[in-house]
Design a protein around this ligand. Structure first.
Ligand code: GDP
Ligand code: MG
Length: 712
């Protein structure tokens, strides 16, 4: 047996070009998901054994270029430079050949060994376009293969091409240098020679690439070479001269001059390679876009689509929600029937099943919302939504691209925060993430429904709607404040990508939906489970045996009496006993201690405790009030009985509304807060927690006291 050889492959390409499909086809099930070292962008890593080779494959984040403007681009570029993969498979959506080749040229310019994978070949065949893959291969000097990633077609050929390139290396395929036009080409040769002579380039990239990047004023590349260049007067002089020369002769910044050169080069290739130009997918998309992004008709349609998704979320979610609710009650009575009464049975049925249960009930809503979002994304409409909302988003000091995370924020802030990774600028990411806690996520909804239902009867719907609106308006106002104080930096402009429309495939929609749902389920299994257990513990201990009345004796007496009214009487006694237990428990004591802080807002100790536990997850507010007020089992009566109990406790409609506003605005839940820390750091996380809580307190205070002045 000969020795095993190892090959390291990286998959690079535009977002949605089919990288992950190709990756899955190559690796089958043998994959690991992790993070790139030091950053939070996900990395898919796969290993395969093929013939005599040990092959490692990395699915890089999707990028349009390697100028390292966004986090995704930077991760992809750093990987290519530092990890020096043997072969880069450049996955291309052949329907957008021109845009995709822009990245290809940059990979080649870096000196990477590239295999160009013309993916989505089925779409090309359908479109009637003829693409000369052979010619493309000659022009760019790299092997070209065609695949259909979603059907695993052509993947074996891709693999053997990779191995062939690995074995025969550059002697077989030689990339001719990319031409940026005569003037720039001359300068590049000059600087490249100077760099080669100086011997400063020890990275995995070639001298020509370094030369271009230095002239382009690329800050990352400069930071690597600055010291050496500063010590080498001749080289420094040459580079400065070249930059001045470009500015003088073509009166453009060098970066733009090179970018235009690259685009011209790509356009030239496309002209040679694409034979018949019938209506291609891009053009068809442009035709559709005349309507969908029309400055007048685009908006009503957009609103209808959004309305449909939110409506579907609640209408279709209703049925499975009821099933789950019933299932939970069955399970609870099953457990309490199975185990003898005592702490263990109580922990299982009330603490764990009851606690997680109140939250898992909302899973159907969330799944449907995520399904809608995945459909919009995969079809390409989401990019249009970003385009349409660009102007309104400017009110927030943001771009249309931030609309997607904001929209997802109505579902759950955690995936929404993760979705900000696609934003180019760090500033936009911070601003978007800081505004997200004011969006009414789906976890706040159960609280709205419960409290509004209890206090505002038929007007509950209006109250809930007003809260959604209130959150958005507050976010807009706070954004204005941020822009004048902590985020002074101006937002940078960028190109709004409009990828072609595509019928979403069932599989990928389901996968995208599942990836988001998984995050929600993880939250359920971790944070909410732990919170439920802690909450249960605090409510169950210490045990009280010093009651105002001898409940046990009275209950026994009624049991012996066994008259018509005695069952009712027993239940009442049991409830009163539980309520005394709770007041005696840790939770009751904590509530009493923090009550003064919330008294000016009109909240009693039970509500104060609910706010504390709500930090674990907003839904927990509901279960906490449920526990503290010992709601009856009859679900449909529960809002009524809660209202009665709260009202008996002196809670008015005004303080209920002020409570809802507090829930809307105060610090995001633990899971969200941790996501903020992961994405933009501890400092912003602390800021968000403190700021939101103070904001909530002040706003609720104003609402409650202003309302009292008006005699509400
Ligand atoms: P990535 O963003 O580059 O990882 O792209 P994905 O692998 O997630 O693919 C994006 C979408 O294109 C998915 O809906 C895939 O099912 C679909 N897709 C991938 N390859 C092909 C292909 O060759 N033909 C067609 N028609 N669809 C494809
Ligand atoms: Mg992918």
């Amino acid at each position: 047996m000969s020795h095993k050889k190892t090959i390291k492959i990286a998959l690079a390409g535009n977002p949605n070009s089919g990288k992950t499909s190709i990756f899955n086809a190559l690796t089958g099930a043998h994959q690991k998901v992790g993070n790139f070292p030091g950053v939070t962008v996900e990395k898919r890593l796969g290993h395969i054994r093929h013939e005599n080779y040990d092959i490692t494959i990395v699915d890089l984040p999707g990028t349009y270029s390697l100028t390292a403007q966004s986090l995704d681009e930077k991760v992809a570029r750093d990987y290519l430079i530092n990890e020096t993969p043997d072969i880069v498979i450049n996955v291309i959506d052949t329907g957008c050949l021109e845009r995709s080749l822009y990245l290809t040229t940059q990979l080649i310019a870096m000196g990477k060994d590239v295999v160009v994978d013309l993916n989505m070949w089925d779409e090309v065949e359908k479109s009637g376009e003829i693409i000369d893959a052979e010619k493309l291969s000659q022009l760019i000097g790299a092997p070209v293969v065609t695949t259909i990633g979603s059907r695993e077609f052509g993947v074996n050929n891709l693999l053997s091409t990779v191995i062939n390139l690995f074995e025969n290396g550059n002697s077989f395929h030689h990339h001719p240098p990319i031409s940026y036009g005569p003037l720039l080409d001359d300068l590049i040769v000059d600087i490249t020679d100077a760099i080669a002579q100086s011997g400063i380039n020890i990275s995995g990239t070639n001298d020509r690439w370094v030369a271009v990047k230095l002239m382009e004023n690329d800050s990352d590349v400069w930071s690597i070479y600055r010291d050496e260049i500063n010590q080498n007067d001749a080289l420094k002089e040459k580079i400065n001269h070249a930059i001045k020369h470009i500015k003088l002769t073509i009166s453009l910044d060098p970066e733009i001059a090179f970018e235009e050169g690259r685009m011209g080069y790509v356009a030239g290739i496309v002209r040679e390679v694409v034979k018949t130009k019938s209506v291609n997918r891009m053009q068809l998309s442009m035709l559709i876009d005349r309507f969908l992004t029309h400055p007048v008709f685009g908006y009503p349609l957009f609103l209808v689509i959004m309305w449909l998704i939110f409506n579907a979320t609640f209408t279709f979610g209703q049925y499975p929600m009821n099933w789950i609710d019933n299932g939970i009650h069955l399970l609870q009575s099953f457990i309490s029937g199975l185990l003898p009464a005592g702490p263990v049975s109580n922990l299982l049925s009330d603490g764990i099943i009851g606690g997680v249960g109140t939250v898992i009930v909302f899973l159907p809503n969330i799944v449907i919302l995520f399904l809608g979002i995945s459909l919009l994304e995969d079809s390409g409409y989401m990019a249009r939504a970003a385009f349409l909302t660009d102007k309104p988003m400017h009110f927030l000091g943001l771009h249309g691209k931030s609309f997607i995370p904001m929209l997802m924020g109505f579902g759950c802030s955690v995936p929404a925060i993760m979705a900000t990774r696609t934003l180019e600028s760090h500033r936009d990411r911070i601003l978007t993430i800081l505004l997200l806690p004011m969006i009414s996520c789906s976890a706040k909804l159960p609280v709205y429904i419960l409290i509004a239902g209890a206090f505002f009867g038929v007007y509950a719907g209006h109250v809930v709607f007003s809260l959604y609106l209130f959150g958005i308006v507050t976010a807009v106002l706070i954004a204005r404040v941020y822009l004048r104080t902590i985020i002074r930096e101006k937002s940078t402009s960028f190109v709004m990508e409009l990828p072609p429309y595509r019928w979403p495939t069932f599989k990928s929609v389901i996968i995208h939906m599942w990836e988001r749902t998984k995050i929600y389920l993880k939250k359920m299994g971790s944070v909410i489970l732990i919170a439920s257990v802690i909450l249960w513990f605090l409510g169950y201990f210490p045990r009280n045996n010093n009651y105002t009345r001898d409940y046990d004796l009275e209950i026994k007496q009624y049991q012996q009496l066994d008259t018509a009214g005695s069952a009712e009487k027993i239940r009442e006694l049991e409830r009163n006993k539980l309520s005394e237990d709770l007041e005696y428990s840790f939770i009751g004591r904590i509530g009493k201690v923090i009550e003064p802080v919330f008294q000016p807002l009109g909240f009693n100790w039970q509500m104060s405790v609910a706010l504390l536990t709500g930090f674990a997850a907003k839904e927990v507010v509901v279960s906490t009030l449920g526990v503290l007020y010992q709601l009856g089992e009859e679900a449909e009566k529960s809002t009524q009985s809660l209202a009665v109990k709260l009202k008996n406790d002196g809670v008015t409609g005004l303080s209920a509304y002020s409570f809802l506003v507090f829930i809307l605005l105060y610090t995001a839940c633990v899971a969200t807060v941790l996501a903020i820390k992961r994405e933009i750091g501890r400092k912003w996380m602390s800021f968000s927690i403190i700021f939101q809580t103070l904001l909530a307190w002040i706003v609720s205070f104003v609402i409650f006291n202003a309302g009292k002045l008006f005699g509400l």
